[in-house]
Design a protein around this ligand. Structure first.
Ligand SMILES: [Fe+2]
Ligand SMILES: [Fe+2]
Length: 147
């Protein structure tokens, strides 16, 4: 059966560690879709959403640390995009918790669109920068990723 969101090479930023985290995020979105389609109870769905938010934070922290270490020039703008996403997700969750008619589908589709756009437009740009600086500054890259 086709998953709600599938990984494709078009989403690769060219750095394994970041691709792996993005794949994990996609998996979690598929899990949320399963929870909604399967009619899981509100608490079970909330658990899936909480895990997704937690992992998103971990992922953003990873990207931002690598950006900082590698002196990525667009770090502030990129961080801002992450912050806006976290705020938007909290708004969705608040709405979901307080409005009995709201659906977690809203959050799911919002995240699907946000994540694919952010990876393709912003994370890829960072990936290209990393690959370039990997060649220029092999030492920190090696230290960081154990290469
Ligand atoms: Fe990312
Ligand atoms: Fe990002």
């Amino acid at each position: 059966m086709k998953e709600f969101i599938e990984w494709s090479d078009a989403l690769s930023v060219g750095v394994h560690e970041i691709d792996d985290q993005h794949k994990e995020l996609l998996k979690m979105l598929n899990e949320l879709n399963k929870a909604i389609e399967g009619g899981w109870g509100k608490d079970a769905r909330k658990e899936v959403i909480d895990k997704l938010v937690e992992y998103t934070r971990v992922h953003f922290t990873t990207e931002e640390s690598v950006m900082s270490i590698s002196n990525y020039p667009d770090i502030d703008a990129h961080k801002k995009q992450h912050e806006i996403l976290i705020d938007a997700v909290h708004d969705y969750i608040k709405k979901y918790e307080h409005d009995p008619h709201s659906s977690s589908y809203d959050l799911l589709f919002f995240l699907k669109r946000w994540l694919t756009e952010h990876i393709i437009k912003s994370d890829k740009r960072f990936g290209e920068f990393l690959i370039k600086s990997k060649n220029a500054k092999k030492s920190w890259f090696r230290r960081l990723f154990g290469l």
